[in-house]
Design a protein around this ligand. Structure first.
Ligand code: ADP
Ligand code: MG
Length: 215
């Protein structure tokens, strides 16, 4: 573990260049020193692995993006649950986490991988567990849930400290039960990225308009 921390601090961080151009799109990795590899990017952070430590990931927050200290606190509060990762260590702007294997639901849509009902139930159970721990599930969407061997896992709990309710998981579930499961589950097809990103952006616009009409 200590040698991994040294690698992160001496070999990764001084050479890594990441940028969050806007908070609604994934962080851009301009430079990642070898042999580190990216395993994902969120709107606030980049997640990378080192081949000598395949069961660990490093999540680095992009400069200027908030929420790092809160994410550390959420990991301390949530404790142990099989559907969530664990934080083993953290530094100034990064967390060392247990690696979660699997494919994000967003990628499943893209690759035409069928998403079983079990995944939805697993995530529901994991979210109730988080609530029991005094947290509020937040920002659970297709890029924050992964499918692995037929089971669902939640990869991003960084916003669970926010107290206002979030409807993303409820909306995703509604789309799953009404549209996906009855029509597409048995005949999944590959959805191109531009269509997926169009859905992502339209959803955000739709939510904004709904909120504007409410006020
Ligand atoms: N513990 C993990 N193990 C493996 N991959 C992960 C892990 N955490 C995050 N990822 C990958 O990195 C992506 C971005 O991480 P995420 O925590 O969602 O960042 P953000 O808080 O910026 O949204 C995820 O969508 C997922 O693909
Ligand atoms: Mg995320």
């Amino acid at each position: 573990m200590n040698s991994f921390i040294e690698k992160i601090e001496n070999e990764l961080l001084p050479h890594l260049a990441i940028e969050s151009i806007n908070p609604y799109d994934p962080v851009v990795i301009h430079h990642l020193p070898s042999p580190w590899k990216a395993v994902g990017t969120g709107n606030y952070a980049a997640v990378v692995i080192h081949p000598d430590y395949p069961d660990l990931v490093v999540k680095i927050y992009a400069p200027g993006r908030p929420g790092f200290a809160e994410e550390v606190a959420v990991y301390q509060q949530i404790g142990d649950h099989p559907a969530y990762s664990k934080c083993y260590h953290y530094g100034e702007n990064y967390l060392m986490l247990k690696r979660m294997y699997g494919t994000t639901l967003f990628e499943c849509f893209h690759q035409g991988i069928p998403i079983p009902l079990h995944v939805i139930k697993d995530v529901d159970k994991a979210l109730s567990y988080a609530q029991q721990k005094g947290l509020t599930p937040h920002d659970i969407h297709g890029k924050n849930v992964v499918l692995h061997n037929g089971q669902g896992y939640v990869v991003d709990i960084s916003d669970f400290y926010k107290e206002e309710p979030c409807s993303k998981w409820k909306d995703l579930k509604k789309a799953y039960y009404k549209l996906y499961y009855p029509f597409f589950y048995r005949h999944p097809f590959k959805i191109p990225y531009f269509v997926l990103n169009f859905i992502r952006k339209s959803y955000r616009l739709f939510k904004k308009m709904k909120a504007a009409f409410k006020n």
